[in-house]
Design a protein around this ligand. Structure first.
Ligand code: FE2
Ligand code: FE2
Length: 289
């Protein structure tokens, strides 16, 4: 087992961060900004689902990790919500979009199944734990990517935003196994447990892709500095990938078949040593300790 997972009480000063925090790269800026649209509601939801699952945890070691995970995700959620205030201060209002994200997590994936669907309570909880584990596969991959993304340094991305992304990314790598272990522990046994894990990913991957494209298009359409001059396009996205400002599609896509392996475990994902090393020098994490 890894060292204890604990939240770091970080804070960030956004007063000097420009709207286009990767200078001259609005597409890459807004593709990454989608994180701020999804994570405040998404990570708050992780914490709620895990709270529901706590009574099922029989292993004290796992229980400690789960509590650390919940503390970290709650902190991430709050810090990304502050970025939304910052975007609003730059006249980029995101409330119209985040309303849908709130609806997704609070209503469709809430404590009761949507539309009164006759799914037993335990099964509904297990399904949502499978969705959290699937999302955490991507947060680990993205976290590992951003820690190594020197394209962002070369492009002189804003240091505060980079620290937020890398502090968060490092904690995602640090706790990458917790949601999976939680799911395995609470998800029953044998083929049903495996099948539900696959179903969790089969739902999560397309929905995430959809939200990402929609979210980027929304941000670019409402960006007052762009004033409608540039729309989101795959060509611009690809250009940013080639500059190392965004992860490649195939890198993200390859995370899915890995997750489908029966022998899969997230401890095989990413570089924990790089994450720990970053947390040692992250300005925000240092100030918090
Ligand atoms: Fe997180
Ligand atoms: Fe996470």
């Amino acid at each position: 087992m890894s060292a204890r997972i604990t939240p770091r009480r970080v804070s960030f000063d956004w007063s000097h961060t420009p709207l286009h925090w990767i200078p001259g790269e609005p597409t890459a800026t807004h593709v990454i900004n989608v994180l701020h649209l999804l994570l405040p509601a998404g990570e708050r939801w992780f914490v709620r689902v895990f709270k529901e699952g706590l009574p099922l945890v029989r292993d004290p070691e796992l229980l400690a990790e789960v509590k650390g995970f919940m503390g970290q995700e709650a902190t991430h959620s709050v810090q990304h919500a502050h970025v939304l205030d910052h975007l609003k201060a730059h006249r980029l209002d995101t409330a119209e979009f985040t309303r849908y994200v709130d609806f997704l997590f609070e209503r469709l994936l809430g404590e009761r199944p949507p539309l009164g669907a006759p799914i037993p309570e335990r099964e509904w909880l297990r399904f949502r734990l499978a969705v959290v584990a699937a999302i955490e596969q991507f947060t680990a991959v993205l976290g590992d990517w951003v820690l190594a993304a020197d394209g962002l340094d070369r492009a002189r991305a804003d240091e505060v935003m980079l620290d937020l992304l890398r502090w968060h990314g490092a904690e995602e790598v640090e706790h990458r196994a917790v949601a999976f272990d939680m799911y395995q522990h609470c998800g029953g046994t044998g083929t049903p447990r495996y099948a539900r894990r696959i179903a969790g990913m089969a739902v999560t991957a397309p929905v995430m892709l959809y939200l990402w494209v929609w979210g980027t298009a929304y941000l670019m359409r409402h960006d007052p500095q762009l004033a409608g001059r540039l729309r989101y396009s795959l060509a611009e996205h690809e250009k940013a990938v080639r500059k190392g400002l965004l992860p490649a599609w195939r890198e993200l896509g390859a995370a899915i078949p890995r997750y489908f392996r029966r022998s899969y475990h997230p401890s095989q994902e990413g570089s924990l040593s790089r994450a720990v090393e970053y947390l040692r020098r992250s300005p925000a994490a240092r100030a918090a300790s």
